[in-house]
Structures are given as C-alpha cells and as structure tokens.
Write a protein that binds this ligand. Structure first.
Ligand SMILES: Cc1cc2nc3c(=O)[nH]c(=O)nc-3n(C[C@H](O)[C@H](O)[C@H](O)COP(=O)(O)OP(=O)(O)OC[C@H]3O[C@@H](n4cnc5c(N)ncnc54)[C@H](O)[C@@H]3O)c2cc1C
Ligand code: FES
Length: 504
C-alpha cells in the first residue's frame, strides 16, 4: 500500500517550535510558516527588522509540504495567454520575477549552506495528447518577447518515449522544500527572528500598531503579513478573483539512471508534471475544482496509468498525496497591500502551480514594500488590480461559486449517518440542516455542520484526502471538521447526533 503522505514529510523533519505564551511586540508579524511566510521573514531579518512568525500547526504544515518542488520560470498558464491579459511589458516582469526567485533561492542555499538537494536542471514543455504544435510556437515567441531568449524548440524531450516537439527552458531548479524551509527557519532564528507554532491567528487588525490576536495573547507590530496561503483576514475582495483547485501526486521508484534529471510538464489543462527525487519518479496532475469532484481515488489511478504508459520501468507507487492550489482569474499571484484595508496589512496568495517561486517573489517584494523601497514587480502583483481583460473568466468563476449555494436545497449524499461506511464521510440532510458526517476506522461517528464558516457554502467530502472541501473559496477541514485551509478561520461547528440531544 502506498503511504498517503508527501515524499518530503517522510524524508525530513522541521525544527521544533513552541506556542506563543505571552504578548510580543515586533517590527513585523508574519502569519504562516510556509514558503511565502518564511521567505518574507528571512528577508526582513536580513534587513535588520525584528520579526515574529506564527503558524497554527507545526512549521511548514501547509501546502509547501505537498508541493513537488519544481522551481521554474515556465508559466503554467503560458506567456502568450498572460500577454493577452496584461500586455507585453507585463510578461517581461513576470519572467524576470520568476527567474529572480530561482536565482534568489540558489543564492540563499549557497550563502546559508542549506543542504536541500537544490540543483539546476532543464525543463521541457511538451504537447499534451490532442494539443496542436501551434501552442508551442506561440509560447516560444511569447517567451522570447518576455526576455527568455534561451528557450528553444526541440524535436523531443530526453525521455525514452517520444514526447514529440517540446520547448526547453534552461536553468530551472528543484529542491527538497522542507529541508529548504528548515534552513530558512534556522537563519531567521540566528538573526533574532522568533517562530511560534501551534499559534492560531484568530484576528488581524491594521492601524498603529497592527495587532494579531492569538487566543489570550496579542502580537503587535508596525506591519502584519498574512501568508496563510489563502488569506484569513479578507472576506471577499480577493476571494472573488481566485478559485481553489485540488491537484494530486504519486511517487514510485525507477531503476537508477533510467529517467533523466529534468523537469517536464505537458500543455494539458489540467497538466501533468514530472521530476525525479533520488530514484523516485514524482508525477502530478488530475486537478479539479475543490469540492466539485468526488473521485480522488480514481484520479490517483488515472495518474498512475498515465505515468506507467510513459515510464514502464516504474515500480510500485510508494507515496501518494494531494493538495490545493489557488488559481487567480488573471494567472498571477496577489502579493502586496491587502485591498480596502489599513496600509500596514499585506497578503500573499494566488499561488497557482508556481507557489514556490510566487512565495519567494513574495519574500522579496513584501520586504521592499514594508521597508518603503521601490520594487518593479509591485504593480503586476498588486492584490488591488482590476483584471478588466479577464472579465469573462471573472464572470465564469463567480457564476460557478454562486451555483454552489444550490447545495442548500439538494438532498444529502446518504439518508442517515448509519449509511456512512467506516473511514469515510458523507453529507446528511436533517430537516433544514446539512450535516458533515464522518465515521472513523473504529466505527465512531463525528458530526459537524456542513456549512462553511467563511460564507456559508456546503462542504463536500474528498475521499482521497479524507477532508471536507468547500467548493467556493478554498476552505478545507479535516475529517473531524478542524480547519486546515482558509479563508475560513475556524472549525466546522460540531453538532450532537439527535439521540444524544434526546438523552441530554
Ligand atoms: C500537489 C502540489 C504540487 C505543487 N507543486 C508545485 C511545484 O512543483 N512548484 C511550485 O512552484 N509550486 C507548486 N505547488 C504550489 C506550492 O507548493 C504552494 O503554492 C506553496 O507551497 C504555498 O506556500 P504558502 O507559503 O503560500 O502556503 P503554505 O505552505 O500553505 O503556508 C501557509 C501556512 O499558514 C498557516 N496558517 C494558516 N492559517 C493560519 C492561522 N489562522 N494562523 C496561523 N497560521 C496559519 C498554515 O498552517 C501553513 O503552514 C504545488 C502545490 C500542490 C498542492
Ligand atoms: S470558502 Fe468561502 S464559503 Fe467556504
């Protein structure tokens, strides 16, 4: 049986850190200990600022743990598409910023001596089944216009199977994400930064000073950075401009030397992504809108079938895992001042499948904004930008979100909690209420309200990940209803089963 965890969780431990136990004052409070939060804290510490990082789990317990660790300036939404929305100058800024992020990681790894399996390698973008070669021609031209002059059209990628024509993106990167973050955390602490784990930020307030409430305690500071992957401090402004997608990964051993050390992606939508870590072949894809598909076990099987067809030397699947990415309607992350808020509150979100470079861009850009320095990337990534050219996508996503409220009127997935099998979950209707019912492996039943505390959509069971996923703006909850992803910032309210109410 494959292990249901990422290769990274199984092969590295993060530094221990304890909870916040008193009020603290710092220059900057960063909420979120993933790549965006720790990169921001690192740059601020380097600039001599006092920093506190808060994470409500163990360090790096969010989506950075689930990544596949590609570091690339190959934009997964394509340069020619980005150019249609943002123009020619913008694609140069996008290419520069993603290239600079890889460069910055390279530099940090060397100067801090972080042993995180970082390497530079080529990346290949090949055609998905049914896609036309014109896609590569358009992307090649756009990549050149964006300043990536060394991107080349090749006859095929260097695999044993014939990928057909592809684009080669030189000097990409890959690393072990948790080992990298462990190195960042160590450097932050060395420079006086403080890291608090198991410290849930309940509420963030701007003004002078800014405040973050963490249970009974408070962190005050000149600036607050919300790097929780999906902002927990923003009810609407950003959430209507991005949508959550689940994506899945498998890893299986291959004979040493049988697969070249490259990154690779196809042009599909959703696309497949491939890399090696030691002799583990890691293949991802099969994305779907969060909470809007209930077939994740089949998706893992499809991913395996796709990989076996191309890499027949692959042994048994050893690891499988899935996670969520946030897709903005105009293909770029939101990094900067939180819209319609005090100007000392900053956010980083909208990672897409490029969250490692976006998170590193956030580290550099937010540090500059907080220190009052000019940064040429500010406008492109501004969370307040109005994506006029993406109006069609905006309308489509908002209609999709609005349609999710129809779930209030539908019957449950099953008639009663008795119909829920062990180790699984289902929605049960009880009068006007919808209940998220999970029966654990021992047969005990856990019931919560199925109404997402963010804006009231009905959560859905994800059988592969054993989570409750909200189909609207990205909130996710574990099987027992504890929040694991914003924008919801609290658990699904637990409910008593009717027989318990009667007995009380
Ligand atoms: C399967 C998969 C594969 C991917 N592959 C790639 C890839 O190859 N390359 C790439 O560039 N990107 C990839 N991505 C995207 C990338 O991994 C993520 O976008 C990125 O890691 C997100 O980093 P983050 O710091 O924004 O969020 P996270 O890593 O999720 O960090 C946010 C942190 O905030 C904490 N938090 C949340 N709420 C609170 C609160 N209220 N109080 C305190 N703390 C809180 C969480 O515990 C978490 O640790 C992939 C994503 C997935 C799911
Ligand atoms: S995430 Fe917005 S309603 Fe659930």
């Amino acid at each position: 049986m494959p292990r249901h965890e990422s290769v990274w969780s199984a092969t590295a431990a993060m530094p221990e850190c304890g909870p916040l136990e008193q009020n603290v004052h710092v220059d900057v409070c960063v909420i979120g200990g993933g790549i965006a939060g720790l990169s921001t804290a690192y740059h601020l510490c380097q600039a001599g600022r006092s920093v506190a990082v808060l994470d409500d789990g163990a360090l790096a317990s969010g989506m950075t743990r689930m990544t596949t660790g590609h570091l690339t300036n190959m934009l997964d939404d394509r340069y020619f598409e980005l150019e249609k929305l943002h123009g020619k100058d913008a694609i140069r800024v996008a290419a520069d910023s993603h290239s600079a992020a890889i460069e910055r990681i390279d530099e940090i790894v060397r100067t801090e001596g972080i042993d995180c399996d970082f390497s530079r390698l080529d990346g290949y973008l090949f055609l998905a089944e049914g896609d036309k070669p014109g896609t590569l021609d358009k992307e090649l031209d756009a990549a050149h216009r964006a300043g990536l002059k060394d991107v080349q059209l090749m006859a095929r990628a260097p695999f044993e199977w014939d990928t057909g024509p592809c684009l080669r993106f030189p000097r990409q990167g890959q690393f072990h994400p948790l080992k990298y973050l462990a190195g960042l955390a160590q450097a932050i602490r060395r420079d006086g930064g403080r890291i608090f784990c198991h410290s849930h930020a309940d509420h963030v307030e701007g003004g002078v000073p800014g405040l973050v409430h963490v249970g009974k305690h408070v962190v005050t500071g000149d600036a607050m950075v919300v790097a929780t992957n999906v902002p927990i401090n923003n009810r609407l402004a950003i959430h209507t401009k991005q949508a959550p997608y689940m994506t899945y990964v498998i890893a299986a051993r291959v004979p040493p030397g049988s697969v070249p050390q490259v990154l690779a992606w196809d042009t599909g939508d959703p696309y497949h992504y491939i890399r090696l870590h030691d002799d583990l072949l890691i293949v991802g894809g099969e994305d779907h809108k969060s909470g809007q598909a209930h077939d994740s076990p089949q998706r893992y099987r499809k991913l395996e079938a796709w990989a076996r067809e191309r890499f027949p030397m692959m042994r048994e699947v050893e690891f499988m895992w899935g996670g969520q990415i946030m897709e903005t309607i105009d293909y770029l992350a939101f990094i900067g001042h939180n819209p319609m808020d005090h100007d000392n509150i900053f956010v980083a979100t909208g990672d897409s499948g490029m969250g490692l470079t976006h998170g590193t861009i956030a580290g550099m850009l937010l540090c500059d904004l907080i220190l009052g320095r000019k940064n040429p990337w500010e406008k492109l990534y501004s969370p307040s930008r109005v994506p006029v050219m993406a109006a069609g996508e905006f309308a489509r996503e908002d209609l999709n979100m609005a349609a999710q409220y129809a779930d209030w009127l539908t019957p449950g997935d099953v008639r009663s909690a008795d119909d829920v099998a062990r180790d699984s979950g289902a929605i049960v209707r009880r009068g006007f209420e919808k209940i998220a019912v999970y029966r654990d492996a021992n047969g005990a039943v856990h019931e919560c309200s199925a109404v997402c505390p963010h804006l009231g959509c009905i959560v859905q069971w994800n059988p592969g990940e054993q989570t409750w996923d909200c189909p609207c703006h990205g909130s996710r909850f574990d099987a027992e209803g504890h929040v694991i992803n914003g924008p919801a910032n609290r658990d699904l309210p637990s409910v008593q089963r009717p027989e318990h109410k009667r007995a009380a």
